[in-house]
Design a protein around this ligand. Structure first.
Ligand code: SF4
Length: 425
């Protein structure tokens, strides 16, 4: 059983417990008036909650609109101008609202709200590019992933048609005003595996004009050599969301992914991409991620997934299942924190045992998942040598990357392209 003193002494446990139990907002809270971020449903619906910063600089997204959050022991209160998190009426800790940047209230030059192009998820910019995932448009049989809300979101909080110039406008605003270092593109499935063709021009522009880190989360392209090209143009992260390691549950919960690609192709893409870190531009870091959703399968199966992903040199991204309003699983129960603790403990331990480069990229705080390094506080094990090595890597990379961003920030005279668009040379 989790106690008040556990929560007061362990912000990582609070982050995990909030994912599982949600949060109720007291009437005293004035989130947007106090500069906080509006609750937006984005990124496969995982980002449906209130963006907060917990002690230890842990950024989180606490569920507030889902049914289960109405019974949460956690409440948020505003007292004397600061926000307090309470658990069954007792103070746990002071928290901060994740700041809403000025560009959240602005429009692009094409009159689209900038938040319909991209939103901050913690401290990075997330963009759901292109039209709705085609698993949502198959009829009469439903093949969308049962936990997913993308087909409910698009056209509400996300625009379904985003030009390169619109995206660049928002990326620049997020770089200049929010100090982002990383842009994450996310797509669903499109007939003909066109997702990488769609994303590559965006990636090339961001790399050439701003030098930011860029990640891509799409289905696993059938031609795995396409990832060699992504590596060559400077992409820094590829992520494959197979969600569930148990084959039968994968088929049941993700019928479109099962029929189109199958779990084995997802795993092969993770394995293949993990080998690419030894290739490509030396000044561009590279990681391959396998993403799973803990709580959709037994914890032992999630742990097996973590062990498999790390065994091939990839880094697991582990989300906590959130039964989102309007989805096929909206009436399912969220997982129990006690069952999630061993999963996230294993996430930290497996990454450290395999000496994977976690927590190295500068200024990336993720609100939608527990990062492997954040799970340190859930494990009794310490890895002093690996911890020192990661700190050194982080310093060296941070210094080099900072210099690159400074160089890129030097204004360049605009030139006219064949298409007549003014872009920096
Ligand atoms: S692949 Fe599944 S999770 Fe991803 S957008 Fe499509 S339905 Fe949603």
């Amino acid at each position: 059983m989790i106690s008040l003193s556990d929560l007061r002494s362990n912000p990582a446990l609070v982050k995990l417990d909030l994912y599982c139990k949600g949060l109720r907002l007291d009437d005293s809270c004035l989130v947007e008036e106090d500069g906080g971020r509006k609750v937006l449903r984005t990124r496969a619906g995982l980002g449906s909650g209130l963006e907060l910063i917990l002690p230890g600089n842990l950024w989180t997204n606490a569920p507030v609109t889902e049914r289960f959050a109405a019974d949460s022991p956690y409440t948020l209160h505003r007292e004397n101008g600061r926000y307090l998190l309470r658990w069954n009426g007792d103070d746990v800790t002071a928290v901060t609202l994740s700041p809403r940047p000025g560009w959240y209230d602005r429009q692009t030059s094409t009159a689209k709200p900038m938040t319909r192009i991209g939103t901050l998820q913690g401290t990075y910019l997330g963009i759901y590019q292109a039209k709705v995932c085609e698993y949502w448009t198959v009829k009469p049989e439903k093949v969308n992933c049962k936990f997913c809300s993308v087909g409910l979101n698009l056209g509400i909080d996300d625009a379904d048609d985003k030009s390169i110039d619109e995206v660049m406008e928002v990326v620049r605003a997020a770089r200049e005003e929010s100090g982002i270092t990383y842009v994450d593109f996310n797509t669903g499935h499109y007939e003909g595996d066109t997702y990488l063709d769609i994303l590559e021009p965006f990636i090339v522009r961001i790399k050439r004009e701003l030098g930011l880190l860029v990640g891509v989360q799409t289905p696993p392209h059938r031609d795995l050599r396409r990832y060699d090209h992504l590596r060559a143009i400077g992409v820094n992260r590829v992520s494959f969301c197979f969600e569930i390691f148990d084959r039968q549950l994968f088929e049941e919960v993700c019928p479109g992914k099962h029929a189109e690609y199958g779990l084995d192709h997802y795993l092969e893409a993770v394995r293949y991409c993990a080998t690419l870190s030894r290739k490509g531009p030396k000044d561009e870091p590279w990681v391959a991620n396998g993403e799973i959703i803990a709580g959709l399968e037994p914890p032992e199966s999630s742990i097996r997934a973590i062990d498999w992903i790390t065994s091939v040199g990839a880094i697991p991204t582990v989300c906590v299942f959130r039964p989102l309003v309007g989805t096929d699983l909206q009436d399912a129960e969220p997982p129990k924190t006690e069952e999630m603790i061993p999963v996230f403990r294993r996430l930290y331990e497996a990454c450290m045992e395999r000496k994977l480069p976690v927590g190295v990229a500068p200024n990336i705080h993720v609100s939608l998942v527990m990062l492997p390094e954040e799970c340190r506080a859930l494990s009794p094990n310490r890895y002093p040598l690996q911890t020192l090595k990661l700190r050194a890597m982080s310093k060296v990379f941070g210094r080099r990357f900072g210099k690159r961003l400074e160089r890129m920030a030097t204004p360049k005279a605009p030139t006219r392209t064949a298409a007549g668009l003014a872009t920096p040379a």
